[in-house]
Design a protein around this ligand. Sequence first.
Ligand code: HEC
Ligand SMILES: [Cu+2]
Length: 454
Amino acid sequence: MTSAIVVWIGGVLFFALSWSNRTSAEMRPKSDLNREKVASKKSQSRWMNAAIPWIKSFRSKILRTTSFRSGVANRRSASSGADTSAATVPTRQLSNQLGETQQAKASPCTYVIPPWMFWTLTLVLTQPALHAAERPDPALVTSIFTPESAPAHSIVHLAHFVLAITAIIFAVVFSLIVYVVARFRRRANDDGKEPAQVYGSNPVETAWTVLPLIIVVVLTVTTARVIHEIQDPPKPPEALDVQVIGHQFWWEIRYPKYGIVTANEMHVPLSLAQRRTPTFLDLRSADVTHSFWVPRLAGKTELVPNKINTMWIEPERTGLFLGQCAKYCGTQHSLMLLRVYVDSPEEFHRWVKGQQALVSAAPAVAAGRRVFEQNSCINCHALNGTAGYGRFGPDLTHLMSRDTLASGVVKNTAENLRAWLKAPDQFKPGVLMPAMNLNEQELDQLVAYLVTLK
Ligand code: HEC
Ligand SMILES: [Cu+2]
């Protein structure tokens, strides 16, 4: 971010400098025609006129020290014309006597950096600057162009194919336009007559009907094939079924086969070539429409109330993949993050066992458990082995097995947990969990209990 700002400020500065040079060059009266131009320019942009003295003084301060363009200030004050000081008049007359050609020769290259170059550089450099400034872990970058799962591969292949075809169309059309604009531009010796008007040409009409038709048919058929591949895949017997339920603003994740309920962090097994274990998701919503999107694993699929949508992923690499709700589902849609952990088969097995294990509160933290049960936490949260069966909020049975709190918003540590319980909206404004107004002692006890929920 910082370097992007530096690039912008630097660029704007350079532009201001080169622009003020150009203005002064233009304002140097070369001929009457030029003077007219300058006059109209002046009246058009009052704000420019207001800015010019400021930029000029600023610029000359910088440039004078660089010896880069010494003598510029003189020439410019001469050029800024009749309306300023009387001292400039003789110079101007002199320059007029010298004649236009000499005057033009005498003027040095007036750009520090030409505006077009500045804008191009700015556009080109901002992206890498932003990128370098943030230095994200490349494994965590969510990009549709680095797929790591079967459906995401099909999508990216299709995207490349469509991009290639449209790029060819673009290149052909654009070159034709450039050619026509250059070849048939208005010339000085134009006779002003309308060119001959031609109507109809069967070969041309046929070509520009049939060619696009072929292109559209090819794109439709390839797209349909990929849609079929993604929507109706054969389901291997080893496939894992997971239910994902979207809530404002978190994800409920259920593994019916294993009797596991968790939230926001989904664990799935790596699919091996010799033993394929893709994960089939069925997607529901508890309230409004959400959208499940982990770009490197698959395309987006919506979670619609009263409807079950399905999708599948087949990861080829272990690791963490980030995603998020891609639908505006309310205030905190942007903090409805999603983490998919792809585990090796053994790791996944271990994780399942861990989630299935019973947790019982140690006597030392019984006070915290009482706080949990005697407040309305239990109306919203399920926690095995307690009176809590609520489903409005995430299941807390194995809370500490998760790396993050509140759907990926903060790290899951004792301090963050305490801060969360005190005021959930400090991390997530608009969150649907209320601040429970517990006193310090209750908070300590509660946190001491919750951190044992491994
Ligand atoms: C009105 C319902 C409601 C009540 C009451 C409530 N919560 Fe929550 N809680 C939620 C919701 C909803 C979330 C999910 C917030 C989000 O991520 O957007 C949540 C999130 C949490 C989380 C983070 C879980 C995770 O995995 O991210 C913890 C921990 C938690 N609540 C503990 C408690 C405790 C302890 C109490 C009682 C003192 C309590 N909650 C009371 C609704 C409630
Ligand atoms: Cu959402």
